[in-house]
Design a protein around this ligand. Structure first.
Ligand code: CA
Length: 433
């Protein structure tokens, strides 16, 4: 993302914050994985969205209209010894020269400097409850001003939920963001193709998972969530991540895997036969899911509300399950009673962006949100048939999901992950190539 885009975002937010407000955002803390080993650092999405600054131990402050600078960055100081161990730091000069800060201060001086910057402001925009340690520090800074009231210090009289403004901004992706998401989807598409071409009976699920990690790192991307690689009945466990079973001839393999590239996520699912050939029953169920997914994508257009794609998927799945003889009754009653839920128990999509399950409200008041250009959602219906006795044996333990990432545009649904085959004949052809 180029620096102009970060600047544009800050300006947009500052217009909403207003001249007497201040917005404060902390960087994500470093997290411990085990003992003295840390997780690889990943910046907080809100913080990165406004700053493009990837270092920990930083605080961004937006003070619209402040004469001495509107965008302030508190960050680590340059330190030759520490940089020898942990890598280069931007320092205050880097914050100003490379990240667009109007002014920058050492993070260790924040207690002395920030209260004075907060003082003249009436409203503090801040996301409470995200990082509890930082919540306490915000309270301490404001309280330090309160205790100075008798000395004539001013104090903000209102806290406003920053996430409410920021997450609505993040829901609408710019052209640059959609392009970044298309690149992220392309890397995941290539990884899924690799996996399809190498899958065969006798491999273990983790061996297929390795193809994803290889392709992601080869492209400077990381997994955006733990890949789900589930053969046979494992496909029916929605969040299966053990990925340690042997792939068996005659089973299906469900893979839900995506990457994060340049802070933008992809999230793709495909299901295909381990031996490269769908059985008639597998194909019959697969075609229902595919039809449901295509029907849902068709409804992913401006002016429809959030739930219309889901309604379309539910209708197609209910019709299909009835045709297979797995449920019986009239269509309206089956839908009303939720008969499909024993086979399709999740929603048809979620917002996707910098976070896999991205920010943004699905309802406005009591009403479903209306879809608009710039929003990006997954479309991912599925059917999961339990291995129960009342189910005909040939259908037992079939789990199928098909998921793509779809940008909503005035020209219709823009499937960012469209390079990846999903019709059953195409899958069989690719697997045999
Ligand atoms: Ca997924």
């Amino acid at each position: 993302m180029n620096s102009k885009e970060f600047e544009r975002r800050r300006r947009q937010l500052m217009r909403m914050v207003g001249a007497d407000g201040i917005a404060i955002l902390p960087a994500a803390p470093v997290r411990t994985r085990s003992r003295d080993v840390e997780y690889r650092y990943r910046q907080d999405s809100d913080f990165y969205y406004l700053t493009g600054f990837a270092e920990p131990e930083a605080v961004a402050v937006l003070v619209p209209g402040r004469a001495g600078g509107e965008f302030l960055l508190f960050c680590r100081e340059r330190d030759r010894d520490k940089e020898q161990w942990d890598g280069i730091r931007a320092g205050q000069d880097g914050a100003i020269n490379d990240h667009g800060a109007d002014d920058a201060f050492p993070i260790d001086d924040i207690d002395d400097i920030l209260p004075g910057i907060i003082e003249p402001c009436s409203r503090v925009y801040y996301t409470m409850g995200m990082y509890s340690d930082f919540d306490t520090r915000i309270a301490d800074w404001v309280n330090s001003l309160r205790s100075g009231l008798s000395r004539g210090l001013h104090t903000p009289h209102e806290f406003v939920a920053l996430d409410h403004l920021l997450h609505d901004m993040r829901l609408y992706k710019s052209r640059g963001e959609v392009a970044a998401m298309r690149r992220s989807a392309k890397v995941a598409v290539d990884a899924h193709k690799r996996a399809m071409q190498m899958t065969r009976p006798g491999l273990y699920e983790y061996e297929v998972e390795a193809e994803f990690r290889h392709e992601f790192r080869k492209n400077d991307a990381w997994v955006s969530y733990s890949p789900i690689v589930g053969g046979g009945a494992n496909a029916c466990t929605l969040h299966y991540v053990e990925n340690n079973a042997e792939l068996r001839d005659g089973d299906l393999l469900l893979i839900d895997a995506g990457c994060e590239l340049d802070y933008y996520a992809s999230d793709i699912t495909r299901t295909y036969p381990v031996n490269g050939q769908f059985s008639p029953e597998q194909r019959a169920v697969y075609e229902i899911v595919l039809e449901a997914q295509l029907a849902a994508i068709e409804k992913t257009v401006p002016g429809n509300h959030w739930n219309e794609p889901h309604d379309a998927a539910v209708r197609a799945i209910t019709l299909g399950l009835r045709k297979l003889g797995l449920i019986a009754g009239s269509l309206p009653k089956l839908i009303k009673d939720g008969a499909y839920r024993q086979f399709y128990m999740h929603r048809t999509g979620h917002w996707i962006g910098m976070d896999v399950h991205d920010v943004g409200d699905y309802k406005v008041g009591d009403e479903w949100r209306v879809l608009e250009t710039g929003m990006v959602t997954t479309v991912e219906p599925g059917i999961y048939i339990p291995g129960k006795r009342n189910i005909p044996k040939k259908f037992r333990n079939i789990g199928i999901r098909i998921e793509d990432d779809v940008a909503i545009t005035a020209k219709g649904p823009d499937v960012l992950s469209k390079g990846l085959v999903k019709d059953p004949d195409g899958i069989e052809a690719l697997m045999q190539s």
